[in-house]
Design a protein around this ligand. Sequence first.
Ligand SMILES: *Cc1c(COP(=O)(O)O)cnc(C)c1O
Length: 347
Amino acid sequence: MPAEPPLPALRLTIDQESLAHNWRELDRLSGTARAGAAVKADGYGLGAVRVARVLQQAGCADFFVAHWSEAAELAKAVDPARIAVLHGPLTDADAAFAVALGLRPVINSLEQAARWIAAGGGPCDLMVDTGINRIGLGLGDLADPQVSRLDIEVLHSHLAAAEDDSPLNAVQLARWTEARALVSHRRAALANSAGIMLGAAYHGDLTRPGLALYGGVPCAALQHTIRQVAYPEAALMQVRQIAAGESVGYNATFVADRSMRIGVISLGYADGYLRCWSGKGAMQAGGARLPVLGRVSMDMTVIDLSAAPDLREGDWVTADYALPEAAALSGLSQYELLTLLGRRFAR
Ligand SMILES: *Cc1c(COP(=O)(O)O)cnc(C)c1O
């Protein structure tokens, strides 16, 4: 047996207390509805199984993934009957897999409804498209006899612009309300993270926050409620002194104007710390701010250690990664900042 590889000099620290706090707050803000959790894309990059365990402890019972492979992974931690698969059964193999594992597909079209019934059916969810024009049945499809044969646990729709003060929100609310009257179902859901803040009319029985669980702040109303959860950290691989006039990194985009102590960390664009952070990002260590110098490379980034003269090789630094601020600085969305964090992080 080969030995386990040693831990990488790169880790994503998850503040489990803040994750649980964010869910509890979103559940409270959901009023009489219960908050579930969108844990697709591997829990927005943080590790779906791990995130789900923390959220279950906090009281969360309903989980949403996009792909069947994600559901299979999540079923290690969550009752399959409480996992809804948003993309639905795209093939007969998907439907058979759902039946075998006891997962709940979200039916998105009349074709999917027919496929699910043919596979033996069972409890499922239904997605109604009320204006995002992505996936889901239209209101006009709801009278189809296939729909009345479904055993619908949750009737969903999804808001296109919940984080904006958009007239589309009220239009979607009205169509979702109409759909609820047309189709029998046990529970109804409409709101994502930002949708929760649109008020009680948008809550139904269940809400589906994702981003805000993980520290994202989609709208100002959540600014003082949501806490940061994910902290990318890397160890110093090397420390060196450079003289005035020397450059750092590819294409020599940073040139020192004085003698400087610099550090190299094992975090690069292949880990999702993209080149947009070149000359812009910063790390923190013991309260000192350590700016990124020059270009971010594939596996490494160079930082200025002037503010932390005691740091040594092997010491850890933490990237500035508070999502609203990081999004404003990098030009990436808060969703992208989380989901692009790579596989080399120890989680
Ligand atoms: C991803 C997703 C969510 C979560 O949205 P956030 O904006 O991350 O809160 C909710 N519902 C559906 C259908 C989704 O696809």
